[in-house]
Design a protein around this ligand. Structure first.
Ligand code: SF4
Length: 356
């Protein structure tokens, strides 16, 4: 299928009954989690949340790594930046971001006039928290003594404060493209050391990596991939660039979450090992039932803090609203807009073909 929906609009539809939910979640093969009683509970919560969305003029945006039941109340499912752009463009005045804190912040940065709430403000991110804005500025100033042209390129998995001192943001799908396009030979790449290493291997520019990583991707080991491949010779291994270099060496494709979804739809292969957070494999299992998806994944404890109860309570009370100063919002938006300008000037990013 061409033009596979990487940002998925969840069609308006009749709410599913508990039996329909049981059948849908049955594909995930988690019978202890999705019992008939649990599906009845989900059915009731989904109905309650749909009513509250109407009342509060709200849209629900859900990241690819969310729990399957969160997809039942989502208006859009996708990666953090696609969702933040969607939140900016829709007519609703309230955005409920079912994802982690930096993602909700990014939605607020792009739509400062809207109310943005997150169902659990404790849903952080080990990667975003590994970079502090003051430490970053100090490191950049130190490096500027040696490399006068140094620029900061930050992955979108950063706090608003870090984005505010960043020259250009990037995503996992356009990181290499942005590095190639930025007018500097020396780049301080923040915060993911694994993505920095992958970019460094594919560019002639000098990349200085920040010392951070995503604890979820960093735990995945190459032996797991080899074991799966030995048992299934036709397997296509698709890994996220936040994985360690020795894991990426085992992959057939290195792709962002959006790239993985597109690849899963379009590839002629029938069996895939999806090497990233487990939520994406669950999305693919339910969305592309004619193909087989194996998991070499880890759960992100932060992503799984978001629940249907929390989403309902956030809508009921408006708690955990994202608050950012105008100065931080404006400066952070500047680094995102410079990314949009550079991306638009260069066509499709490397995600469309990153053969290993
Ligand atoms: S999967 Fe990793 S990068 Fe994503 S939210 Fe969890 S800790 Fe952060």
């Amino acid at each position: 299928m061409l033009n596979a929906p990487v940002l998925q609009l969840v069609e308006e539809q009749e709410l599913k009954s508990a039996d329909e939910l049981l059948a849908r979640f049955g594909a995930l093969d988690q019978p202890e989690t999705y019992t008939p009683q649990e599906c009845a509970r989900i059915e009731a919560l989904v109905a309650e949340i749909e009513e509250l969305k109407e009342r509060e003029d709200a849209i629900i945006l859900a990241h690819n790594y969310q729990r399957p039941e969160i997809f039942e109340v989502a208006d859009f499912i996708g990666d953090s930046l696609e969702l933040a752009k969607k939140g900016r463009d829709v007519s609703q005045s309230t955005i409920v971001f079912c994802g982690v804190h930096f993602m909700a912040e990014t939605a607020k940065i792009l739509a400062p006039e809207k109310r943005v709430i997150i169902p659990d403000s404790n849903a952080g991110c080990s990667l975003a928290e590994s970079a502090d804005a003051d430490e970053l500025v100090a490191r950049r100033d130190e490096l500027r003594e040696i490399y006068p042209d140094i620029k900061i390129v930050s992955y979108v998995n950063t706090t608003a404060e870090v984005k505010a001192v960043t020259d250009v943001c990037c995503t996992s799908s356009n990181a290499l493209d942005i590095v190639e396009k930025i007018d500097s030979q020396n780049i301080l790449f923040v915060p993911d050391e694994n993505l920095a290493s992958w970019v460094s291997k594919n560019t002639d520019k000098h990349i200085i990596a920040w010392n951070g990583n995503c604890y979820v991707h960093h735990q995945i080991r190459p032996e797991e991939i080899r074991r799966m491949r030995d048992a299934r010779p036709n397997l296509k291994v698709v890994a996220h660039p936040e994985c360690r270099d020795d894991v990426l060496q085992e992959a057939d494709e290195v792709l962002s979450t959006s790239g993985m979804i597109r690849y899963a739809h379009e590839s002629d292969s029938q069996e895939f090992l999806i090497v990233t957070e487990c939520g994406l494999s669950d999305r693919l299992i339910m969305e592309v039932p004619e193909k087989t998806f194996y998991k070499a994944c880890q759960l992100c404890k932060f992503m799984k803090m978001i629940t249907l109860e929390g989403t309902r309570d956030a809508l009921l009370t408006g708690r955990d609203e994202i608050e950012l100063s105008i100065e931080i919002c404006d400066a952070a938006r500047g680094s995102l807009e410079r990314m949009f300008e550079l991306s638009w000037s260069s066509g499709p990013g490397p995600d469309s073909s990153t053969p290993r």
